[in-house]
Every structure is written in structure tokens, then in C-alpha cells.
Design a protein around this ligand. Structure first.
Ligand SMILES: Cc1cc2nc3c(=O)[nH]c(=O)nc-3n(C[C@H](O)[C@H](O)[C@H](O)COP(=O)(O)OP(=O)(O)OC[C@H]3O[C@@H](n4cnc5c(N)ncnc54)[C@H](O)[C@@H]3O)c2cc1C
Length: 450
């Protein structure tokens, strides 16, 4: 199979995350021999597992999930755990230009519904994954960025009926949001932090409990149309199904299906987690807020305090864009850059060692928006992918919604998600273009605080 990055990025031996130990689940064994199902799902992340759960429990279908490694091995078990708005790389103006005011409102309603969907799922399945209060903080990285947040708040209220609460620079300290690189904030009321691995593994258990089969260590290496459906080949067996959902997102091979090829751009994001910080250490930085937080840079940083451990100290999670290669040297450089940015933004914690650091793949599309729907020209084949930086909520609901499409039930998907993404103009130059975009964005974002 042709992959976008070097083979190491797709190897189950690729380093796992801080979350790997938070929800140990027995491994799912591989598919062996011949099997059949009504629906096959490729990929056991939030999208694939939400679809499998809805299909098996909600619609009584016979479902089988094939996962190259183990449930949650992809982005769903290694992300920052921000269950928040987002999912496209387009601002409101761009969505309005494509789909009108109503299209933009529909897209926002989807994002809100996605958060509610995850919250309800955690409760219904008794998944103990919630990690903090509702809401998020967007921190301005410059005075000009705060002015832009102020200007944007009115437009936000006019379009979506709610504006964020603006906090000027001078009031950041009393909100526990102080730092040398922050010049004001916009507090949003939606979303909540969670343990991503507990969520995805809880989901896998619910899927198994609903009667669906999950096979781990079963990469689909070939997908071909056969009489009555599709045949999925893995190294140790094959599965035939009438319908197939491709939910491999940033990890799906480039040549799994011709229509998909060149329409996605997998991008690395990287995270570090510090050793537990004492209450005094947290206070010394002035950044004590339990809110999920991120800054206004194009190449944004995202960060949050993790819940206190038994010693009373809580670790700090800090993430940003990853590298352009999975080679060991490039990965080491990525993690060193990550640490440098962390120390620049939170200088009082320079002495707090990194306990774990890792990277994983998110997925952009040629249209800068996700897609949930049938694969054009391939009857019975569906896809849900391209959540950009924010798929905890959006991919979860996308999975549940694509299940409705698969059984022919009506959905309330916004036009933004049902418009097939265009192919990147010169797919073979995607990595080069990404390098150029990172350089341009870094210049626009300006220097880190010194
Ligand atoms: C480091 C990082 C931090 C992030 N932080 C956040 C965050 O805080 N909040 C947020 O909303 N989003 C975040 N994201 C994005 C979010 O994690 C993803 O959008 C979301 O998990 C995508 O879910 P998914 O099910 O579509 O894909 P994935 O979780 O990536 O799952 C795809 C699965 O498909 C499997 N697969 C692929 N090809 C095959 C094949 N041929 N055969 C069998 N299996 C296959 C893979 O092994 C993988 O397990 C982050 C992403 C990363 C990488």
C-alpha cells in the first residue's frame, strides 16, 4: 500500500501517547480466514466506531470493524482531548461564501450537536472520560490579534446568536490565563476536555457489546468490488460486505480507493505532557485555569492542565503542529521544537521535564472541509474523513451520521460536509506545499515571546 509519509508513521510500534496507560483494554485479535458482514468499517477511531455502534445497536446491522493496529491507535487515542467546536480549516466568511448564511449556521449547529453527541455517549455508555469544566479560552498572541477577536465577536453574535466573552490583557491574571505571550482572550461557552483513549476504548467496548466484531492488527491492504458488494483483504484473512465505510482519516493508505487518492493531506500534530506540577508551580506561571486553551496563531498552540494525580499535582499538556517527516531525526527535531515553544510560552515551567511526547496524524482535505457521504462512482462505499485539527466531536457525530446514510435514513448533515472535497491540484507536491505553508504561516504569526 502507498502511504503519504514514511512507513514508521503507520507502524504499530510508532510511539504511543500519555493516554496509552489510562485505559488498558485487551488487544483485539486479527481477522483470520474468510468472513462476511452486512457492513465493514475500515478504521477503529471515533468515526469508525461511532458508525459501527449506530449501525449495530441503532439499526440492528451485522457489522465488522477492521483496524490496522488497535482501536484508538490512530489520532483518536493520541489527541489533546479537546472535545470542542471545529473541524474545518475555513472561517465563517469562507463558509458563507460557499454555502450562504444558512450553510454557515448549519455547520455551526452540527459542531454544537457533535459536542452534545459525545457528552451523551459518555453518559449513556458510562465512559469515565470527562476531565474538566465546560468552555474554552482562545488567547490572543498579539495586541492586533486581540483587536481582531474584538472585531470578530460582533459578527459571531450576528451569525450564530452568541458571542464569546472578551477578556482584556489586564484581566488575564485574575482568570488564571496569564503568560508572556498572551494579550487578551475570548472565552467560549462550548466543549469540554476528555481523556481521548478512555473515550475511544469505551466506545470499542460498547461496539463489541452491541454485537459488532472488531478485528485488530488487520490492515486492509486491498479493497475490490465483487458481486454483491466489496471484498476487503488483510494479511491473514478477508471480509466480504455489501457496504463499506472508509474511516481511516489521516492513516488511510493513499491507494486504498482511487477516488480518495490525492484528496487528503495527512498532517502531524505533536504533544508533550510534563511531569505533575504542584499548585505553587502552577501559580508561579499565573496560568492556572482548568479551561481547554489555544492561541490565535495560524500555527496554533493548544494546552490544558490535566486533572491532579494522587500526589495532588497535575500534568500540563501542550501541543502544536508536528513535522514533515516520520524519520527519527525529523521526529526528534519536532519534539525539540515543541519543547522550545512550551518553554517560551510558559517560562516558569522551564524546569518541569517532559514526561511523554508523541506525534500523530490529523487530516486536511483539498476543500479544507470534512466529507461525510458516499464515495462517488462506487456503489455501497462510504467515507467520513478530513476533520482537520478538530475531530474529537466532529468525527464522532460524522460516524453516527454516515451510519444513517448507509442504512438509507435521512440525515441533517450540513452542506459543508456533504460536498465532495476536490483533489489537491498537484497531489505529488502536497508535502512541498505544506512546507511552504508552514514557513509562510510562521512568518505571519511572528516570533515567540522571549
Ligand atoms: C496529536 C493530535 C492532537 C489532536 N488534538 C485534538 C483535540 O484536542 N481535539 C480535537 O477535536 N481533535 C484533535 N485531533 C484530531 C482528532 O484526533 C482526529 O480528527 C480524530 O481522532 C479523527 O478520528 P478518525 O476516527 O476519523 O481517525 P483516526 O482516529 O485516525 O482513526 C483511523 C484509524 O483507521 C485505521 N486505518 C487506517 N487505514 C486502515 C486500513 N487500511 N485498514 C485498517 N485500519 C486502517 C488507523 O490505524 C486508525 O486507527 C488531534 C490529532 C492529533 C494527531
Amino acid at each position: 500500500m502507498r502511504q503519504f509519509y514514511e512507513a514508521a508513521a503507520y507502524d504499530p510500534a510508532w510511539p504511543g501517547s500519555h493516554w496509552a496507560g489510562t485505559a488498558p483494554l485487551p488487544a483485539f485479535g486479527p481477522l483470520q480466514g474468510e468472513a462476511r458482514a452486512q457492513v465493514a468499517v475500515i478504521g477503529a477511531g471515533y468515526a469508525g466506531l461511532n458508525a459501527a455502534l449506530a449501525l449495530a445497536r441503532g439499526h440492528g446491522m451485522d457489522v465488522a470493524v477492521l483496524e490496522a493496529a488497535q482501536p484508538g491507535w490512530g489520532a483518536s487515542g493520541r489527541n489533546g482531548g479537546f472535545c470542542c467546536l471545529g473541524g474545518a480549516k475555513l472561517d465563517d466568511a469562507a463558509v458563507v461564501a460557499r454555502h450562504g448564511m444558512q450553510g454557515a449556521r448549519d455547520w455551526r449547529a452540527y459542531q454544537r450537536r457533535a459536542i452534545t453527541h459525545v457528552a451523551a455517549l459518555l453518559e449513556a455508555e458510562e465512559i469515565d472520560a470527562r476531565q474538566g469544566p465546560q468552555g474554552e479560552a482562545l488567547l490572543a498572541h498579539s495586541p492586533a490579534a486581540f483587536a481582531a477577536l474584538q472585531a470578530g465577536a460582533e459578527a459571531e453574535a450576528a451569525l450564530h446568536g452568541a458571542a464569546p466573552r472578551l477578556i482584556p490583557a489586564g484581566a488575564l491574571a485574575e482568570q488564571g490565563l496569564a503568560g508572556p505571550g498572551f494579550f487578551g482572550a475570548a472565552l467560549g461557552a462550548e466543549g469540554f476536555p476528555l481523556d481521548p483513549m478512555r473515550y475511544v476504548q469505551g466506545l470499542a467496548q460498547a461496539v463489541s457489546g452491541a454485537g459488532a466484531r472488531i478485528w485488530g492488527q488487520s490492515p486492509v491492504t486491498r479493497l475490490e468490488e465483487v458481486a454483491g458488494g466489496w471484498r476487503l483483504t488483510t494479511p491473514s484473512g478477508s471480509l466480504t460486505a455489501a457496504k463499506v465505510l472508509i474511516a481511516g482519516n489521516g492513516y488511510a493508505p493513499e491507494d486504498l480507493q482511487p477516488w480518495l487518492s490525492g484528496r487528503t493531506l495527512p498532517v502531524f500534530s505533536a504533544i508533550l505532557v510534563t511531569r505533575p506540577l504542584t499548585a505553587e508551580e502552577r501559580a508561579a506561571q499565573g496560568f492556572t485555569s482548568p479551561l481547554m486553551s489555544y492561541d490565535s496563531r495560524h500555527l496554533l498552540h493548544y494546552f490544558r492542565h490535566l486533572p491532579a494525580d494522587s500526589s495532588g499535582g497535575g500534568r500540563f499538556l501542550f501541543g502544536m503542529r508536528g513535522g514533515l517527516s516520520a524519520r527519527p531525526k525529523a521526529e526528534a527535531e519536532t519534539l525539540a521544537r515543541l519543547r522550545k515553544h512550551f518553554e517560551a510560552l510558559f517560562p516558569a515551567w522551564r524546569h518541569a521535564q517532559t514526561e511523554t511526547a508523541w506525534s500523530g496524524l490529523a487530516c486536511l482535505t483539498g476543500s479544507l472541509a470534512p466529507y461525510v457521504g458516499p464515495v462517488p462512482g462506487a456503489p455501497g462505499l462510504f467515507a467520513a474523513f478530513g476533520w482537520h485539527g478538530n475531530g474529537v466531536a466532529a468525527a464522532s457525530l460524522g460516524g453516527a451520521e454516515v451510519a444513517r446514510l448507509i442504512v438509507g435514513a435521512p440525515t441533517t448533515l450540513p452542506a459543508l460536509l456533504t460536498t465532495p472535497p476536490r483533489r489537491f491540484p498537484l497531489p505529488s507536491l502536497r508535502r512541498l506545499a505544506l512546507r511552504a505553508a508552514y514557513t509562510a504561516y510562521a512568518l505571519r504569526d511572528g516570533p515567540l515571546p522571549r
